[in-house]
Design a protein around this ligand. Sequence first.
Ligand SMILES: [Mg+2]
Ligand SMILES: [Zn+2]
Length: 165
Amino acid sequence: MNKFNKAIFLDRDGVINKERKDYVKTINELELEPNISQYIKELKNLGFLVIVITNQSAINRNLTTHDNVQSIHNYIQKVLRSKNTSIDSFYYCPHKPDENCDCRKPKIGLLLKAKLDFQIDVKSSWFIGDNDSDIESAKTFGCNYLKISSTFPLESAIKKILTCT
Ligand SMILES: [Mg+2]
Ligand SMILES: [Zn+2]
């Protein structure tokens, strides 16, 4: 196997949709970043896979369900497909911090799974997140990373990747 892929890993809440302090539990609570389909298109035009890596502890806090989370992801795909793009895969961790799983960021279980599933070349891949745990997981994994914030929004992160590659 010598064909490797490069990927953009995106955190979900706070990156592709607005974060809610009480968690995004249903489609009704989902507020997508307005330009997300355009950004994903631009990244895919550069040959990147686009993969979501998200902590969804609201599941094991019994605030939402696997079904709801999957419905949210299906809905995001539907919106993106209507704009002729899509996310290649969603990986989520349902666990609470005290469960000490291997997949809750800053742990890298989900990244390692994606790497295997898609034969990803880590060094040519990027993580975009809004949280220190995103950046920590990217550092452990060994990929490039960008932390977005009010002063460095997603648009700036996309531009940075477009000019770096
Ligand atoms: Mg986030
Ligand atoms: Zn987990």
